[in-house]
Design a protein around this ligand. Structure first.
Ligand SMILES: Cc1cc2nc3c(=O)[nH]c(=O)nc-3n(C[C@H](O)[C@H](O)[C@H](O)COP(=O)(O)OP(=O)(O)OC[C@H]3O[C@@H](n4cnc5c(N)ncnc54)[C@H](O)[C@@H]3O)c2cc1C
Length: 573
């Protein structure tokens, strides 16, 4: 008989116990001792409360501490720490709000408290302690996510409430432990009674500290979760950085890791959630090093933790609204940020704001993203389509190429075209090949209206817009090839782009006015404005793949270091 879910959970907790709760040895304690302060405590003393942020590391030297989740008048003990144990969870790395409270339960206790800044330095510079601590923090979060009793943040909403689902998605993509509670459930009814909530108060976010936030905006959600970091101190009108990265998809995250590890003061602005497009991919199978694939959310979350470890400062949601450029200033870029009264001044900027694929306006499309709806046709997707009927939507060259490529293995390819002519947007040679290919059928004046299936796509409903005729087609895959729009609307006009709006870099901008006036050449990821770089999907000619974006992020940092060095030389001379 296969093991029950409870048995699997028990096995998981047993297997991971040693990683999640290691004892620090004498050497590790002696390395941490100079970074912190010893404190004597007595029974009942509170070390920190749920909701507090920027916590340091608490190491128990003597006595006993317990971590508890207080929920609706009851308490759940999450962990008990004895001598040589340390208290903490991933929120310490992220700098987000603590999910539980910690207090002393022995008559006396002695702790070593390492402040947040010192902890981050230790994690970046002392591998002898960082491996043990970081692995433990990550494993504790995994165990917490699996714990059905643990609540974290709770979003109380009616089942069909769009705003409730938006908060759920926002917390999910930002890796904040939470539960979506349906108002109609027993728990939902109890919560609405306890907090005296009416329909007008929904959705309501209930924090781990037990405070209800009625109809919060995403900014307010980010604030209580500790995601929205105040980049400027009170009364500060300017913030300074060596490097500002705009966008925390794979390109921005990779750059944050490399820049942080090279000691550059790095600020990362992200308008929704780190991870970008990759964060919404359920399984990335072509990223090297993960032979059975990895979820895009996990991959980018680990990258984010790595970047935190190296000291990159993140703020979410923080959209870059505009960029002003002044070549003569050491801090050549001034960036205006959503909701921030101070101006961010940067010596160098990496634009990693990606692209938004045009999405099909078909019912249920969102449900099948990555599980039936694809934006690229590679060998991997080709395998899914072997001997099946598949749909390719679009009439440009990318749609034609995808149709030809897929026709090799698929039994039939339906090219779904809105207009009545593919030659308006597709190169003539390609259009001829598509028309001649026996297993490609072009459906003119046709649109996909609906997507159907369980966990994976099984069928689509299409409509002929001329006749109004509707029919259903069995298919495991729709390839949406209707183009991508680069996220560049916030950038100044003098930043050169290609005819589709993607940012030009490297040799293609060597003739730009700023470079003609300079004795330097642009590095491969550098734009027409020296010191401003672009990487990933937003860059003209990029491959639109996770690994490519990561590589470009890393390459950009090499160019950024060169530019910072040449600026410093100019200052010294
Ligand atoms: C559903 C799906 C599945 C995919 N599957 C695969 C796969 O299996 N394998 C693969 O190799 N590739 C896959 N891709 C493609 C891959 O995810 C992208 O190529 C990659 O994410 C590009 O990374 P990026 O960092 O350049 O941009 P993005 O991932 O687009 O990230 C850009 C980030 O910038 C932020 N941003 C935008 N404007 C601003 C602003 N003004 N201020 C602040 N922040 C801003 C966005 O919110 C976003 O988080 C997939 C894409 C999708 C959509």
């Amino acid at each position: 008989m296969p093991p029950t879910t409870e048995e699997q959970d028990e096995q998981f907790y047993r297997d991971t116990e040693a990683i999640a709760f290691p004892k620090l040895d004498d050497r590790q304690l002696s390395l941490l001792e100079p970074l912190g302060q010893r404190r004597l405590l007595k029974r009942g003393d509170v070390i920190f409360k749920a909701g507090q942020r920027d916590l340091g590391l608490t190491i128990v030297l003597r006595g006993e501490l317990e971590a508890v989740e207080q929920r609706d008048g009851t308490e759940q003990i999450l962990a008990i720490a004895h001598a040589r144990d340390f208290i903490g969870e991933v929120s310490m790395l992220q700098g987000t709000s603590a999910l539980a409270s910690v207090r002393v339960i022995s008559d006396e206790a002695e702790i070593l408290h390492v402040p947040a800044a010192e902890l981050r330095r230790a994690l970046a510079e002392i591998p002898a302690v960082s491996t043990t601590i970081v692995n433990a923090l990550i494993m504790r979060r995994r165990r917490l996510n699996r714990d059905r009793e643990f609540a974290g943040f709770r979003v109380l909403a009616a089942a069909d409430d769009r705003d409730g689902h938006l908060i759920d998605d926002f917390l999910d993509k930002n890796h904040i432990p939470h539960r979506l509670v349906d108002l109609a459930s027993d728990q939902g009814q109890q919560l609405s009674k306890r907090f005296r909530l009416t329909n007008r108060d929904l959705p309501t976010l209930i924090t781990p500290a037990g405070s209800p936030l009625r109809r919060p905006s995403l900014r307010e959600v980010a604030q209580v979760a500790g995601l929205l970091r105040p980049l400027a101190r009170e009364n500060e009108t300017e913030i300074f950085s060596d490097l500002t990265i705009v966008g925390a998809g794979p390109a921005g995250l990779a750059a944050a890791v490399y820049a942080g590890s090279e000691g550059l003061s790095t600020v990362v602005l992200e308008s929704y959630a780190p991870g970008g497009q990759a964060g919404s991919s359920s399984l990335i199978e072509n990223f090297f090093g993960f032979p059975t694939g990895i979820s895009g959310g996990d991959l980018t979350w680990l990258a984010q933790l790595q970047a935190y470890r190296f000291g990159a400062k993140f703020s979410t949601p923080a959209e870059a609204l505009s960029l002003r450029y002044n070549a003569d200033d050491e801090y050549c870029a001034c960036i205006e940020i959503e909701g921030c009264p101070a101006i961010l001044r940067a010596k160098t900027v990496l634009i990693a704001s990606g692209a938004n694929y045009r999405r099909l306006a078909a019912e249920n499309r969102e449900k099948f993203e990555g599980g039936g709806v694809y934006y690229a046709a590679t060998a991997l997707e080709g395998q899914i389509c072997r001997n099946e009927t598949v749909c390719v939507v679009g009439s440009g060259n990318s749609a034609g190429q995808a149709a030809m490529f897929l026709s090799d293995g698929a039994s039939k390819v339906l090219l779904v075209v809105r207009s009545d002519d593919i030659r308006k947007r597709m190169s003539d040679y390609l259009a001829r090949r598509v028309e001649a290919q026996k297993n490609i059928e072009i459906l003119y004046r046709t649109e996909i209206r609906q997507m159907l299936g369980g966990n994976k796509l099984e069928a689509v409903g299409i409509e002929n817009t001329r006749t109004g005729e509707r029919r259903e087609i069995k298919t495991p895959a729709v390839f949406s090839m209707t183009g991508a729009l680069p996220c560049t609307e916030w950038l100044p006009a003098e930043l050169e782009r290609d005819d589709k709006g993607f940012i030009r870099t490297g040799a293609t901008v060597a003739g730009a006015p700023a470079w003609r006036a300079s004795k330097h050449q642009p590095t491969p990821m550098e734009t027409s404005l020296p010191g401003i770089f672009a990487a990933g999907d937003v860059r003209s000619g990029s491959v639109k793949r996770c690994a490519a974006a990561v590589g470009e992020g890393g390459m950009a940092v090499a160019g950024i270091q060169l530019r910072l060095a040449s600026r410093n030389n100019r200052k010294d001379n």
